[in-house]
Design a protein around this ligand. Structure first.
Ligand SMILES: [Zn+2]
Length: 1137
């Protein structure tokens, strides 16, 4: 009661203040009117006007301040108002936060499959299965199909990698365009012929080359059901390293293209080559409106087990979903590969004879040395029965008599001869089957939809249902102990660049959309401001989307392309970032201008530039040096997250005497001057790092001024520089540098803030121990390791990780590392400089949750090495047993079990953004800004592979090693938390979620603030901060995207329609942050869009599929409340008013 009254008084006070401010403003305006009347000289009027302007500015600032205060109060009220009465210091002990997710043991019905249990069950031996080497003998009587004939769909396909051995454009010119050209002709010749196509990047590229007549033919083939576009993504995406933002976006780019040009929505997914499969993809496909999917690269032992159990077809269910809402029908190919020898049946030597592209005299033949024969009158009976036997054997592995048999391979159907060979020989066989009803087979060419329609028809007729399955298909092995865990890390430089583009794209999409909305608000006509190049910007955005989308391909972000292809991708990513930055700068400029008429389209007149420069596709970002003079330099910080955040912004300036002031209040902001180290023990005498704490409202652009400060006034960091046994010479004229002396040399180095304390080894500088304010202490030792590869036989390469039998060696260098300790009011850190890497652990002295995690960063350079991989390992005393958790695509967490029966490389899993270890009283989370391989080889340990340099090919077709290493950066947050409320490990497979704090830490890590500066050439126009939201979104609601859709009437232009994508995160109950974050959350399943985004208003809100296809739109919703359950993504087609 009391607290409520105090709050009411406070809110009332704020309200009064706002009203009084408005009064004062009115008074001023009246004054100005009367003052301006009469015959005052022009100069006088101008002076009055500018004075008035200043006053208005001040009032506006006051109002903004008031708004912010109201927002904070509202946020805290929301937390306190919600039932359960959280809030206050004792809140955390009152029980778990509402809306959190308790770990749940997964129990499915008798017909439910849990992959973790399958892993426990299988021996992972590798016996010779005979003709089907990795399987078993399949038998049948022959009368199985007497009642229900075998219904076979032969699905022609051509797997076109958008870059691998050749670049995207190289493949397009040499192969893909001929395939598609021939497709139009050859499908047109016979209406019984069919074909499926997956990669929209190629399809749209080809579309831009062909004329209207050919386009009309294509449309006719699609309408007739002869050509089916499957999945409809821009690429057939990798499912291990890709982040779900990019997965949704590449799917949206493809689906939007299909809607615009062909008017179709895909219904079946086709992923035959990605190296392992993720349930996140299943969820996204389902959400995008697909009902079925096909996967192929699954561990051979799992395939065999599923074949025996006849569970190769299943309903893939999300682990966290207690309902069947997320279920999607999935077909897993049973055999080794998707080529013809491994798709007609279990015996590749037989199936190869039915790949008529391999007829004698051609370029390809059968490695089993029995060539195909053209089908003739003479041999047709023998050939048909031979093939039927394979079909029948394969059919025994499935529950229905409908059979899917793909017919294709990589870049197939290039020449018209190949089309004729496949289609006419198979048609003869089909005709023969038709003429012999006693064989009980109906065979024809089909698409995936044909197959799945028949499957569902037969299943429901028989009253059979498919089993449900939960879990994922990592880590993939195609044979022996060849586990594909190498590609989780290969080309880490580009895996990091991928995420830089991703965060830039998201930030730009949101700001561009807000800019157009603001323009429409100011111009009643509903168009954008004059001079604003909205169309050009939209095309830059489209290019950015497509570059990110292309890179999600399973030979791109995976790091498994040839060197020139990698450079081609890198160049696309790099140019995309540059282009998006133009859109970002231009949008920010317009939003910030007090007088919008001062907006200039001409880039040469732009008054902002990025603070960080990327000079080339293979270069790390660099800060530009701000030259300070007597004139303050303006600095704009954009917060692309939906949360109010306190964050430290770093700048490089040319003076050790510098400060930052808030442009609104004119008040100085807490700052720290640190050294810029040009060498491990040599500080630059010309440049300095200026760090300050920015308070950034959600999605805001905030203006600061960087100024020259009086000499010695800015707080400077103090340093300790140490090298065990060999103190280095130190060059630093501007900073106090000391050495470790006497007993200090053997005393652990320690840093602390109000939330935690850490200890590091004085000899290596590496972390040893963490203690929380609560008293929880955990050993957390950082180690670095080398993995080598085998001395004989198969060796590690771009795909495979085949470490030598002796396991990893602890990293050592001939000389102890140089250790540098920084202590300052804003942050403190410890840096260890080794020959192959520089490693920093940093503690921010920030209030709230931002100061609760450690920032860990590495720059790695292993170019001097051969056949080595560098890993970072955390060794803790968290009693995690053989369990740990890694994320799948940044979307959900997956339990992992380290199994001794598997080789070391099989126990590595992909980690896109998060992993954690836990016991009953603590959880140690490591959040990352890039994808890499992760493992927990022993209890309490967590390790990540940072870079790999491998001199040889690993026999998966790439034909080269991985030796194009670069100076590579990686970034993490390490978070130790108490687990309260008697948290227990669930016995079986369980679903766990990140903690609330881990979500917030991950959000700031993946979406850093974007800093822009004025170029320092003359005076700036008047700027006004931009704050579109009154308060933060709830802690667990993530604004995934706010993406302007293309104008259907005007190609290449932005429309008024926007895709609003929200993701409600599931968070763990057992670690309640104390103090609670300022954002609110609620147990309610509904979110009120208007309230979330106030004062922004949405009109014409339609819930839609994740890719915003018009067919999936639900009716315009009168009220703005929409159900959004924990873990779910909600997509809405909206207009911003
Ligand atoms: Zn491929």
């Amino acid at each position: 009661m009391k607290r409520g009254r105090v709050l009411a008084v406070l809110v009332g006070g704020v309200f009064c203040l706002a009203v009084m401010s408005l009064y004062r403003m009115l008074e001023l305006m009246q004054g100005a009117e009367s003052g301006g009347r009469g015959d005052a000289p022009v100069g006088q009027v101008e002076e009055d006007l500018s004075r008035l302007q200043l006053k208005i500015d001040r009032l506006e600032r006051l109002l903004v301040d008031n708004n912010r205060l109201v927002a904070r109060l509202r946020d805290s009220l929301l937390v306190r108002e919600s039932p359960g009465g959280r809030g206050g210091a004792n809140a955390s002990s009152a029980g778990p936060p509402l809306g959190c997710r308790k770990p749940a043991e997964l129990k499915d019905g008798a017909d439910g499959v849990q992959l973790l249990d399958v892993y426990d069950l299988l021996p992972f031996d590798n016996p010779d299965g005979g003709a089907w080497k990795q399987g078993f003998e399949i038998s049948y009587h022959g009368d199985e199909w007497a009642e229900q004939p075998l219904e076979l769909f032969l699905v022609p396909h051509s797997h076109n990698d958008p870059g691998w051995l050749k670049t995207f454009e190289g493949y397009y010119q040499d192969q893909t365009r001929h395939i598609l050209d021939n497709m139009v002709v050859k499908l047109g010749e016979d209406s019984r012929r069919k074909m499926i196509w997956a990669e929209i990047s190629y399809f749209s590229r080809w579309w831009s080359d062909i004329d209207d007549q050919k386009r009309a033919l294509v449309r006719r083939l699609v309408e007739a059901g002869q050509l089916e576009l499957v999945t409809g993504g821009w690429v057939m995406a990798d499912e291990a390293n890709s982040h779900y933002f990019a997965l949704v976006d590449q799917l949206m780019e493809g689906h939007q293209w299909l809607q615009t040009h062909l008017g179709v929505a895909p219904s079946s997914g086709w992923a035959i080559d990605p190296f392992g499969h993720s349930p996140s993809m299943a969820y996204l496909l389902k959400g995008a409106g697909l009902s079925n999917m096909v996967v192929q690269r699954v561990h051979y032992s799992i395939k065999k087990h599923f074949a025996r159990q006849r569970t190769l077809e299943f309903l893939w269910r999300q682990s966290w979903d207690s309902s069947s809402r997320s279920d999607i029908t999935c077909h897993m190919m049973p055999f080794y590969s998707y080529d013809v020898p491994h798709t007609c049946g279990p015996n590749p030597a037989v199936c190869c004879q039915f790949d008529f592209h391999r007829l004698p005299g051609g370029r390809v033949s059968c490695p089993w040395r029995i060539p195909p024969q053209p089908i003739t009158e003479q041999n047709i009976k023998d050939r048909a029965l031979l093939l039927l036997d394979q079909y029948r054997q394969k059919s025994r592995l499935f529950r229905s008599p409908v059979l899917l048999v793909p017919l294709g391979d990589d870049f197939r159907y290039v020449e018209s001869r190949e089309w004729d060979a496949q289609f006419s020989n198979y048609q003869r066989l089909f005709d023969y089957f038709d003429q012999h009803p006693e064989l009980h087979i109906k065979a024809r060419f089909g698409t995936l939809s044909d197959y799945f329609a028949a499957l569902h028809r037969r299943l429901s007729a028989a009253g059979t249902s498919l089993p449900t399955l939960r879990g994922d298909f990592f880590t993939y092995a195609d044979r022996d102990d060849h586990y594909w865990s190498g590609y989780f890390t290969s080309r880490p430089f580009y895996k990091r660049l991928d995420r830089t583009l991703e965060s830039t794209l998201r930030a730009t999409e949101i700001l561009f959309t807000l800019t157009l909305a603001e323009m429409r608000r100011l111009h009643d006509e509903g168009r954008w401001a004059e001079g604003f190049p909205a169309g050009e910007h939209y095309q830059r955005l489209t290019e950015g989307r497509r570059s990110l989308a292309l890179f999600q391909h399973h030979d791109a972000v995976t790091g498994t392309g040839r060197d020139p292809v990698v450079i081609d991708y890198g160049t696309r990513l790099f140019h995309a970032i540059l282009n998006l930055r133009q859109v970002l700068l231009s949008s920010a400029q317009w939003l910030l201008l007090l007088d919008k008429s001062q907006y200039h389209k001409d880039q040469s007149k732009s008054f902002l530039q990025m603070d960080e420069v990327i000079s080339a596709e293979d270069a790390l970002p660099q800060k530009t040096t701000l030259k300070l003079s007597d004139e303050p330099r303006s600095l704009i910080v954009y917060n692309p997250t939906e949360q109010l955040r306190s964050t430290v912004v770093h700048l490089v300036v040319d003076s050790p005497d510098a400060g930052v002031i808030d442009s609104k209040t004119g008040r100085p902001i807490a700052a720290q001057i640190s050294a810029v180290w040009v060498e491990p023990s040599k500080a630059s005498a010309e440049t300095f790092q200026l760090s300050f704490v920015a308070e950034l409202p959600p999605l805001s652009l905030i203006v600061y001024h960087v100024i020259k400060a009086p000499a010695g006034s800015a707080p400077r960091a103090r340093y300790i520089v140490h090298r065990h046994g060999n103190p280095p010479p130190v060059h630093s004229e501007h900073f106090q540098v000391s050495r470790l002396e006497g007993a200090e040399v053997n005393t652990p180095l320690s840093l602390s803030n109000k939330h935690l304390q850490i200890w590091s080894s004085p000899e290596t500088g590496l972390l040893q121990k963490v203690r929380l304010q609560s008293g929880l202490v955990r050993q957390v030792q950082v180690q670095f390791l080398w993995y080598g590869t085998r001395t004989s036989g198969d060796k590690s390469g771009a795909y495979l990780f085949l470490p030598g039998g002796e396991g990893p060696q602890v990293y050592s260098s001939s000389e102890p590392p140089l250790v540098r300790v920084t202590r300052g009011p804003i942050f403190s850190d410890i840096t260890s400089c080794y020959p192959h890497f520089t490693h920093t652990v940093r503690l921010y002295h920030l209030e709230g949750h931002a100061g609760k995690s450690l920032e860990v960063s590495n720059t790695v350079d292993i170019r001097s090495e051969a056949n080595r991989e560098l890993a970072m390992r955390l060794v803790s005393d968290v009693a995690s047993g053989n369990r740990f958790y890694t994320d799948l695509n940044g979307f959900q967490m997956q339990q992992r079990r380290t199994l001794e029966k598997l080789p070391l490389q099989a126990n590595f899993y992909p980690m896109t953004s998060a992993s954690f270890l836990q016991d009953s009283s603590s959880r140690l989370s490591l959040l990352s800004a890039q994808s890499q391989a992760a493992a927990s080889l022993r209890s309490g340990e967590l390790e990540l592979v940072l870079d790999r340099r491998l001199q040889q090919d690993d026999n998966r077709g790439l034909g080269q090693g991985v030796t194009d290493n670069k100076l590579t950066a990686s970034l993490y947050h390490l978070l130790l938390e108490d687990r309260r409320g008697g948290a227990k490990e669930v016995g079986g497979a369980s679903v766990e979620h990140l903690s609330l704090l881990a979500h917030l830490a991950s959000l700031s890590l993946c979406h850093p603030p974007i800093t822009m500066v004025d170029p320092g050439e003359g005076s700036l126009p008047k700027l006004r901060p931009f704050q579109p939201l009154r308060s933060s979104l709830p802690c667990d609601v993530h604004l995934l995207n706010l993406r302007t859709l293309e104008d259907p009437q005007e190609a290449g232009s932005p429309s008024q329609e926007v895709a609003l994508l929200l993701h409600r995160k599931g968070f763990d109950c057992d670690s309640t942050p104390d103090p609670l974050p300022t954002c609110s959350w609620s147990e309610d399943e509904e979110v009120d869009l208007d309230r979330l985004f106030s004062p922004l208003r949405f009109s014409s809100v339609r819930r839609s599929g994740f890719t915003l296809l018009r067919d999936h739109d639900e009716p315009d919703s009168a009220h703005q409340a929409a159900p959004l359950r924990p873990m779910e993504i909600g997509a809405f087609r909206v207009r911003l008013e």
